[in-house]
Design a protein. Sequence first.
Length: 351
Amino acid sequence: MRRGTVFIGDDHVLGEILDEVADTLARRGHRVVRGPAQPPPARTVYPPDTWPRLFAAAEVLVVSTRTAVPAELLAASPRVRGVVFPSIGTESVDLAAATRLGVVVAHGATDENCRSMAEATVMLAAGLLLQLPLRQREFNENVARPAPSAITSRMMSGHTVGLLGFGRIAKEVVRRLDGWGVRRVLACTRHPADHGDWPQVTFTDLGTVLEQSDVLSVHLPLSQETAGLIGAAELSRMKPGSVLVNTARGGIVDETALARALSQGRLAGAAVDTFVQEPPPPDHPLRACPTALLTNHIIGHTRELFDSLAPVAVEHVQSVLDGRPPRYVRNPEVLSHPHRHRHTGREAGIP
């Protein structure tokens, strides 16, 4: 087991996880350098004048998605061999720059993480079709029970579920839908041939998923390609009365356009767990939508999920230091195209 120098940031959501990673690595003899975090909703951005102190000796960076890791920081940190995120998201690192520099990016795509988010996604989809926001409001306001002829709630059974993206969480969603009797599962992904044999899934284009889905569920990372992917034009193509679930990342769906579609009654409901600004401000337009289920990036965060994150992050750090591929890698092309480390002149050691 090779020991090294590891930079570990802080975070207002994952601070306990990062502390546990730091404590574990320190007990194992690694040198740990800690960095502060900005209070929410600000992102943590380390000024260049702090880089020599924080990153000059670091071989691995452990940060959250609320900490910026731009290309300039990576270029100024010649010993860095890997960036580790305890959670699934990696959007705060310049992934192209990391790949170009031969820096492996590992993340916390644990089984517990993926399964928890999949369970939450299916729960939210069913809750929207069953009009859970309406039923809660009726109960809280002591509204009289509607007549049977006025009920407009729907079953999941017999309806079409559309998935934007087909990563590990989306696959777990499909597995959990097997017993619901859904009519079809559609999926839009750039490389459907890479996902093996899924006979219960029809891979198609974005327009078909938008136009034919009763439930549209977002399972994409936030990137330059996906930012603003679902805007007013795309929402207008969705089936009247359909519902949308976003447990992926804020910024993929235009939140103002979504609020407008809900207010106009074109969409029957939306469940949103991730926002551009977290937590969303008090005057956020979705807060005024009675058919919206809103949660603060927490709906799939289970005890099992959090218990899995620190051990895997520690494992990833040790794998990078030992020259072994981490278990969950965001830029796997680095593994097959090793670069030379600028500080040693030797191969990256990630075969």
